[in-house]
Write a protein that binds this ligand. Sequence first.
Ligand code: E4P
Length: 229
Amino acid sequence: MKIFLDTANIAEIRRLNELGIVDGVTTNPSWVSKENRASREGKEGREGKGKTFKEIVQEICKEVKGPVSAEATATEASAMIKEAREISGWAKNVVVKLPTTAEGLKALKAVSEEGIKTNMTLVFSANQALLVGKLNATYVSPFIGRLYDAGYDGMQLIKDVVAIYRNYKFRTQILAASFREPREVAEAAIAGADVATIKPEFVDQMLKNPFTDAGLKAFLDSWATMAKK
Ligand code: E4P
């Protein structure tokens, strides 16, 4: 399963990219505006308006070789298509995120024919994912955590989408999103998701294990008692 980072924070992307486990990045308007705010407040030495959407996306695309999702914010198909064309020109590895609405599907059909890579976002039902798969989007993003937040079984959605896509041999990759707990990443992998997009701190939590730390300490303590020549 591929791991994407769900953030627009370039410092975190750089830090984790060094581990070699980052296959791509997903951003959304909330992550991008957070990054803009940070740069505006001078946290990265930027004053005034801070980094633009385009600058943020291009910086991430330079750091990460894999796909980087950037979200179109228009709500009407023709405006979305225009925006998708513009965003897709920012870097070779940009994927345009579109909302899973009727207007989003119209835009998906049009931009796919032009070879623009797409990530259909805000998917909360198997039926929405079925429609996205029929149109051969590059990625479909079912949101697990927001379903859990509302009292539904988020992981069941991943299982259902995997089953549907296998039945019909859809090529769209299943990009599980909106995780709440690190253990859900392994659950999504077991369910057969192609990608999990996770917050940077999840990588640290996935890696950290007290048994590993204790085991390493014991080995190093034994090693220290060995006679050296
Ligand atoms: C995915 O692409 C979204 O950016 C993200 O996973 C949303 O997660 P949230 O529900 O934690 O906002």
